[in-house]
Write a protein that binds this ligand. Structure first.
Ligand code: SAH
Ligand code: SF4
Length: 359
């Protein structure tokens, strides 16, 4: 049984060719599945009945199954989705006045073990398939429906859920292509953001294969501290990361990189560290997104106070770097950044640098 959610437009065309069908069948089916949100071949009225019957035998449209749905007081909605063998991942919808954003997961767990991240603490099980990644958007659209103008409520997608998208690049790129394809979701490249902890060779590949908006999780102004907070820094240190950001901008749909920076009390939030950060990013056109640390049960950090965050922000702003403070959404249902844990059967049994060794 071929799950059609696993195929981007080109692969779907090739698959229809194997079935002895013309390329335009792929376009028709894409439009049904993604634009209309229709999983049932019988409802695809512009396909011949004989083709519909054959599709029913050899193909399906199968997003991950929902285990649980939670709604926050602020309208944020989180789905726990079953991805088999005891693993589950989370997708989060964040409504705002001018947009609806879906935060999508790309792996069951994460091998990179950043010190402040709940997903990292869960360990790593496996990469999600293309169907499991695009299926989160398919499902959320299906549940949320369309607005009065007939558009899906979800206008923006951020790959900032569980996992490191650039360590699951092939499936991530396939899913991105479906988000962008005019016959599928047709989102603008500027409205789709990949967030990475800084996998340098994969940043270059993303630039060449499917450039979308890029967010880089920085969290420290120097290698000494970043090695501790984001262990993958030992493999791809800041100098290489900054150079990769500059190369990315040659093809990026936006003319800046977004740097994410989680503020941890007394660890990375001093004015001096803010000044060091300004020097670090001197040659990279960028914006900063300061994220108040979101606690989770075994966390050993504390959130920086509002005055500290403001002072840190002032230093960046004085250096003409546009800096926003991310509002915490969905905190009451553990749907905020870094709180997503899902259910992960860790396969790595890591200690320290071990996690980086499996890259
Ligand atoms: N692996 C990718 C994307 C998923 S993490 C990455 O690291 O970029 C998405 C964002 O949430 C990252 O910027 C990450 O640093 C941040 N984050 C992780 N744990 C957090 C926490 N406890 N509080 C706030 N933000 C956190
Ligand atoms: Fe993985 Fe990102 Fe969490 Fe680090 S912050 S452990 S890279 S999901």
């Amino acid at each position: 049984m071929q799950n059609l959610l696993d195929l981007d437009a080109q692969q779907l065309t090739a698959w229809f060719a194997e079935q002895g069908e013309k390329p335009f069948r792929a376009r028709q089916v894409l439009r049904w599945v993604y634009k209309a949100g229709e999983p049932d071949f019988d409802a695809m009225s512009d396909l011949a009945v004989s083709l519909r019957d054959r599709l029913k035998q050899v193909a399906c449209v199968q997003p991950p199954k929902v285990i649980r749905k939670e709604l926050s007081d602020d309208g944020t909605c989180k789905w726990l989705l079953d991805v088999g063998t005891g693993n589950a991942v989370e997708a989060v919808y964040i409504p705002e006045a001018d947009r609806g954003t879906l935060c999508v997961s790309t792996q069951a767990g994460c091998a990179l073990d950043c010190a402040f991240c709940s997903t990292g603490k869960q360990g790593f099980n496996r990469n999600l398939s293309t169907a499991e990644i695009i299926g989160q958007l398919w499902w959320a659209n299906h549940e949320l429906g369309k607005d009065q103008e007939g558009n899906w409520q979800i206008s923006n997608v951020v790959l900032m859920g569980m996992g490191e998208p650039l360590l699951n690049l092939d499936n991530t790129v396939n899913a991105l292509r479906l988000m962008l394809d005019d016959h599928a979701y047709g989102l603008s490249r500027r409205r789709v953001t990949v967030s990475t902890s800084g996998i340098v060779p994969a940043i270059d590949r993303l630039r060449d294969e499917c450039p979308v908006a890029l967010a880089v999780s920085l969290h420290a102004p120097n290698d000494g501290l970043r090695d501790e907070l984001v262990p993958v820094n030992r493999k791809y240190p800041l100098k290489e990361l900054m150079a990769a950001c500059r190369r990315y901008l040659e093809k990026a749909p936006r003319d800046f990189i977004t740097f994410e920076y989680v503020l941890l009390e007394g660890v990375n939030d001093s004015e001096q560290q803010a000044r060091e950060l300004v020097r670090l990013v001197r040659d990279v056109p960028c914006k900063f997104n300061l994220i108040p640390f979101n606690p989770f049960p075994e966390a050993k950090f504390r959130r920086s106070g509002p005055d500290i965050i403001q002072r840190f922000r002032d230093v960046l702003m004085q250096a003409d770097i546009v800096t926003t403070r991310r509002k915490t959404r969905g905190g009451d249902i553990a749907a905020a950044c870094g709180q997503l844990a899902g259910q992960v059967r860790d396969k790595t049994r890591r200690t320290g640098m071990h996690s980086v060794g499996i890259l």
